[in-house]
Design a protein around this ligand. Structure first.
Ligand code: TYM
Length: 336
């Protein structure tokens, strides 16, 4: 990537069905941005195994994610789409960053606390060091910008701290990445429990809308979404309604004001029925493209092969530089 463009990087864990929260919080920004930045979008499989996965399903899901990245509009000629585990340098950089990461910083991570509560039977050290792997994903490619939802802000702060710490201790090496968090829709909430965030790994599928849900299911899930017993469509009525208005706003590109104005004198049922249709129409082209490519393993493998080789080139350079700066003997000098 030899040009003057800045670099954008993001990733998603293949830990469930990609859902509209991932789309609204992160992927929408990926698509907008890929024209103007050198872009790298990862399927972060190594992160996902910090929670138990069924191996055969995980493998299948990685292909499904690849197809969904393509279907939402990521162009594999313009952006690098890669599977994290295909580029072992992520793990190499993680080790180096581990050696400058204070334990106290990791124990303050709210996602670590949440995940240990949810996975009492498998509190592994991968959950604890997870943010260091995320920092290595970002710093390996010298990303300037990281489009994510609000839940990743704390991880980004740690990444920035680690980059600064490394730069100060050795010499300037890493760019300091900025988060790109959407103004609206950075925290989409569960449909049945608007006090918790919508999560693709939620066992209750009524809490989320998957990018691949069929129209009938979308209508049913929106109909059942928890709101309140008021009558006017007003953003301040309840968390549940505000969440649905956020989703509406994000898919329709209409402001909250416009939406409230439009529904004056109308019922919650009108609003919910329109919202269902807006989501269905927005997901239709994504689902169509997905079904066209999901069976074409040769095409998908070619994308993975070409893209991970592009990613590896960048990653190798960073790791060589980092190893040299920390004082490791270069293996390259032994080859003559
Ligand atoms: P993950 O896989 O949980 O989520 C993927 C992306 O979706 C966003 N997101 C949401 N946005 C709005 N509302 C929600 N309810 C919601 N739930 C999820 C997330 O903020 C994220 O942008 N640690 C990351 C994956 C990761 C990563 C990276 C991201 C690993 N390495 C490097 C960026 C750069 C994660 O668990 O995301």
């Amino acid at each position: 990537m030899k040009n003057n463009k800045k670099t954008v990087l993001s990733g998603i864990q293949p830990s469930g069905e990609l859902c509209i929260a991932n789309y609204i919080g992160a992927m929408k920004n990926w698509i907008k941005i890929q024209e103007d930045y050198n872009s790298i979008f990862l399927i972060v499989d190594l992160h996902s195994i910090t929670v138990s996965q069924v191996p055969s399903e995980l493998r299948k899901r990685c292909y499904s994610y690849l197809c969904q990245y393509l279907a939402v509009g990521i162009d594999p000629e313009k952006s690098i789409i890669a599977i994290q585990s295909h580029i072992p340098e992520h793990l190499e950089l993680m080790w180096i960053l581990n050696t400058i990461t204070p334990l106290g910083d990791l124990s303050r991570m709210t996602q670590f606390k949440d995940k240990t509560k949810k996975n009492k039977e498998n509190i592994n050290s991968g959950l604890f060091t997870y943010p260091v792997l995320m920092a290595s994903d970002i710093l390996l490619y010298n990303a300037d910008l990281v489009p994510v939802g609000a839940d990743q802000k704390q991880h980004l702060e740690l990444t920035r701290n680690l980059a600064e710490k490394f730069n100060n201790k050795f010499s300037p090496t890493f760019s300091i990445p900025d988060p790109l968090i959407p103004e609206r829709g950075s925290r989409i909430m569960s449909l049945q429990d608007p006090n918790s965030k919508m999560s693709k790994s939620d066992a209750n599928l009524n809490n989320l809308i998957s990018l691949l849900d069929d129209p009938d299911l979308i209508v049913r899930k929106i109909k059942r979404a928890v709101t309140d017993s008021k009558s006017e469509i007003n953003y301040t009525n309840s968390k549940g309604l505000a969440n649905l208005i956020d989703i509406y706003s994000s898919f329709s590109e209409k402001s909250i004001d416009e939406i409230e104005q439009f529904y004056i004198g109308k019922q919650y049922s009108d609003f919910k029925s329109d919202l269902g249709q807006i989501i269905i129409e927005s997901l239709k082209p994504i689902q169509k493209k997905y079904s066209q490519i999901i069976k074409d393993k040769t095409y998908l493998d070619t994308i993975l092969k070409n893209n991970s080789s592009k990613a590896s080139q960048i990653a190798r350079k960073t790791i060589s530089k980092v190893y040299r700066k920390v004082g490791l003997v270069s293996k390259a000098r032994l080859i003559y």
